[in-house]
Design a protein around this ligand. Structure first.
Ligand code: GRF
Length: 206
């Protein structure tokens, strides 16, 4: 049985694209059932449409808490209506409300462009890594909990920060790793090899 995945995205959609490539290669016991974006201009929508994946736009301002509750209730409904079993945040630039996260607890993951807990909560984790002078950065896939970017870690990849890196070159080097780290995590969850047990990630090795 295929695990039905709902992807939330706000931007470019390269992680979505990577996931769909793994799906098309037939190596995932999972399928993206719907892609939900919070604005019409998200390139991720075109990534989904061009591959025949259903899309949905539910927009709301970043700053209005009432609108956020209302909109995220609609997102939850849209996911439930498609019998989604796993929610993947792939560059979704909105903080999710507690009710939403409680509903999907243990069934929602995120990819972040740093070795968490370094640069948690940052929308410019790669730039901050350079400014900080770290020599090693990377990316993390983790279960999402109410504390932003602080949920239990599923997997990480380390990436060197080079002497002449700028935000763009470091971001590209990290992104390349994200593109296999995220699909691999989805595959492991779909296969039942990774799950959340309370605050701990349980991994079954075969
Ligand atoms: C990635 O860097 C991801 O780590 C972060 O947002 C970016 C999304 O990129 N959460 P894309 O839309 O998947 O290309």
């Amino acid at each position: 049985l295929m695990l039905r995945v709902g992807v939330l995205a706000s931007g470019r959609g390269s992680n979505l694209e990577a996931l769909l490539r793994w799906q098309e290669a037939g190596i995932l016991h999972a399928e993206v059932a719907v892609v939900i974006c919070n604005h019409r201009g998200a390139a991720a929508l075109e990534v989904a449409r061009s591959r025949g994946v259903e899309t949905c736009v539910i927009s709301y301002p970043r700053t209005d808490p009432v609108e956020r509750e209302r909109a995220q209730a609609l997102v939850l409904e849209a996911l439930e209506a498609r019998r989604v079993g796993l929610v993947v945040l792939a560059g979704y630039d909105r903080v999710l409300v507690p009710g939403f996260l409680r509903h999907w607890a243990g069934r929602i993951i995120n990819v972040h462009p740093s070795l968490l807990p370094a640069f948690a909560g940052s929308l410019h984790a790669q730039r901050e890594a350079i400014e900080y002078g770290v020599r090693i950065s990377g990316c993390t896939v983790h279960f999402v909990t109410e504390e932003v970017d602080c949920g239990p870690v599923i997997s990480q990849a380390a990436v060197p920060v080079l002497e002449d890196d700028d935000e763009a070159t470091l971001s590209a080097r990290i992104l390349e790793q994200e593109h296999s780290l995220l699909p691999e995590a989805v595959r492991a969850i779909a296969d039942g090899r990774v799950r959340l047990n309370g605050r701990r990630v349980m991994v079954r090795v075969e």
